[in-house]
Design a protein around this ligand. Structure first.
Ligand SMILES: [Mg+2]
Length: 337
């Protein structure tokens, strides 16, 4: 035998009980993991289920048991005056727990969605503009050069003058069709513990209410967009920010900066980013992706064309429907449900 049990106890700094608990946990975990990877079990389709956490649960249970055991031993050693041994044991146990927690962080993925022409099949601002009747009241885009939020504010003010309340605009936008398979894709990503954020040049009222109407708001952890409120039955929209560093994005929003800030502000380390978009302002974040990431430009839209002449280190996967993306992610084993 390579090591006697006594030697293992001395060299690893673990008791026989701890080794047994960790070995049983590891055995159960590997069985669970194999079952999940082969789609035999823990591949639930129930919204909000955390099947990956069930796979990892034996390791968490072992951590909890060993922590409880260590606290009891630590108190006893302290009471009996073995301070040095108590400190050594605490440091060792904390280090082990830290290593396990790093291991459990391995599957972190981030999905960044554009809204117009990506989640929904259309442009929410155009849907609002189409409410203006007669059409000669529609403001001229050239009167608001390079300032989309100011233009949309003018649109909302005109809609108020033709006596359409703000709530009606939001209702019409909330009824916009999602792109085929997009709700299924977002639910699948959520069930696979992928963090989902939305970055869009639309506005918070449109996006939040659309997601809520389509029962998807719980799946999205952050919405980065132009803030909007209702005041005296008029939608009031503000620019998300003021920027002039990025020429690909509009002056009120750089999606590349949004993605970078989200990644740096979270306490997670993402090992893969999935980016879904269609427009020119989706190019900037895609150029910031790494070779581990995947860019999903919508087929036949401007982003797909731009990516023919701009190099991103990320894998580029043009898409036509959410269902197509779902099947791709599933066949690539990036999601299991
Ligand atoms: Mg778009």
């Amino acid at each position: 035998m390579l090591f006697a049990l006594q030697e293992l106890v001395r060299w690893l700094g673990l008791t026989v009980f701890e080794m047994l608990v960790h070995l049983i946990a590891l055995l159960v975990f590997t069985v669970f993991l194999a079952l999940r990877l082969d789609d035999v079990a823990f591949a639930s389709t129930i919204p909000g289920s955390y099947d990956i956490w069930i796979v990892f649960s034996p390791l968490f249970v072992a951590d909890a048991l060993c922590t409880y055991f260590n606290v009891i031993v630590l108190i006893r050693l302290y009471i009996e005056g073995h301070i040095k041994e108590a400190v050594t044991r605490t440091v060792w146990s904390s280090a082990l727990l830290f290593v396990w927690s790093l291991f459990k962080e391995l599957e972190n993925m981030l999905a960044v969605f554009d809204f117009d022409h990506t989640i929904v099949d259309g442009n929410s601002d155009i849907v609002a503009i189409d409410l203006i009747s007669p059409t000669n009241l529609v403001p001229n885009r050239k009167d608001f050069p390079n300032n989309w939020t100011q233009y949309m504010q003018k649109v909302f003010d005109i809609i108020k003058t033709i006596e359409i309340p703000a709530e009606q605009i939001i209702d019409v936008v909330s009824l916009m069709r999602p792109n085929d398979g997009m709700p299924k894709l977002m639910r699948a990503l959520y069930e696979n513990n992928v963090d989902i954020i939305v970055a869009s040049d639309s506005n918070s009222l449109f996006i939040y209410n659309w997601l809520k109407h389509n029962k998807l708001s719980d799946m999205v952890s952050c919405i980065y967009t132009n803030p909007a409120t209702i005041s005296n039955s008029v939608i009031k929209i503000e620019p998300y920010s003021v920027q002039n560093k990025c020429n690909w994005c509009s002056t009120n929003m750089c999606k590349g900066a949004i993605m970078e800030e989200h990644v740096s502000n979270t306490n997670k380390k993402y090992n893969k980013i999935l980016y879904f978009g269609d427009g020119q302002n989706d190019l900037c974040p895609i150029l910031k992706l790494t070779k581990n990431d995947i860019a999903f430009p919508r087929m036949g839209y401007i982003l797909e064309n731009l990516l023919k002449s701009h190099i991103t280190p990320a894998k580029v996967m043009p898409w036509c429907t959410g269902e197509y993306i779902y099947e791709f992610l599933k066949s690539s084993k990036l999601i299991s449900t």
